[in-house]
Write a protein that binds this ligand. Structure first.
Ligand code: ZN
Length: 246
């Protein structure tokens, strides 16, 4: 992965179009993937202050989803918050130990790196790198392997200040072109339809691995995966998408 311009965190972004292909980074490289590959990514969200909610029974994990991805043999990338790894260390470790998955960083706190961002509390500029490193530390403590140096901004929210502030963290920010709409969705069919409508060769799809906030995701995945395979798609991790567009 090429370094970002002038001391900024590089951003990997898919810009697929209906014309087929597209994609590439920083508006450059053009071409993109003509191959029918698609990356499903799952954000394992838990916010720094949600400990009491977890303690009172709210489930921020989704073991059924992970089991389905294994059963369906879908290589995928999990963007995990450090707080999630602390709450579910055994699951975090098991996901990281499975070559089907790679674990990327979704911050420690799941606070916003630019504002406004869906009402999330904001991380101060000089605390951004520390927050990201704290998540990597939480992964190490939980024994998570297959950790990749990719970062997803909470809510996908960032600006130039955040890209500069995060440069010392040496991560590549990963955005997406297909929003699954699984957050707070209860209709798995609608989520599946939105994904199936949006996917193009080289697409990067954002979904969630958090039952309480995305209860329909597992059922949606069971519809999406066979249908995309029927259409000739192969599932890849983000790292493979990056190789293809390098
Ligand atoms: Zn998130």
């Amino acid at each position: 992965m090429a370094p970002g311009p002038a001391g900024r965190t590089p951003v990997f972004e898919r810009r697929t179009t209906d014309g087929g292909g597209g994609g590439g980074m920083d508006g450059g490289s053009g071409g993109g993937s003509a191959e029918k590959v698609v990356a499903l990514t799952f954000d394992a969200d838990m916010t720094a202050d949600q400990g009491p909610r977890a303690a009172s029974g709210e489930r921020f994990d989704n073991p059924e989803l992970v089991a389905s991805l294994r059963r369906l043999k879908v290589p995928s990338t999990v963007f995990m918050t450090g707080r999630w790894a602390e709450e579910y260390p055994a699951q975090a470790k098991a996901i990281g130990a499975d070559p089907l998955f790679e674990v990327a960083n979704h911050s420690y706190s799941h606070h916003a790196f630019s504002s406004p961002c869906y009402g999330l509390p904001v991380v101060e500029k000089n605390a951004m790198t520390r927050d990201v490193e704290r998540a990597f530390t939480a992964f190490r403590k939980a024994g998570v392997r297959n950790v990749v140096p990719y970062f997803r901004f909470p809510g996908g929210c960032y600006d130039d200040t955040a890209l500069r502030a995060l440069a010392p963290a040496n991560v590549t920010a990963v955005q997406w072109d297909v929003v699954s709409g699984d957050a707070f969705a209860t209709d798995a069919g609608a989520v599946a339809e939105q994904v199936l409508d949006g996917v193009r060769p080289g697409s990067l799809v954002v979904m969630h691995c958090t039952r309480s906030a995305a209860p329909a995701t597992e059922a949606a995945v069971r519809r999406i995966v066979p249908e995309l395979r029927e259409r000739g798609y192969r599932f890849v991790k983000v790292s493979e998408l990056m190789e293809d567009s390098a």
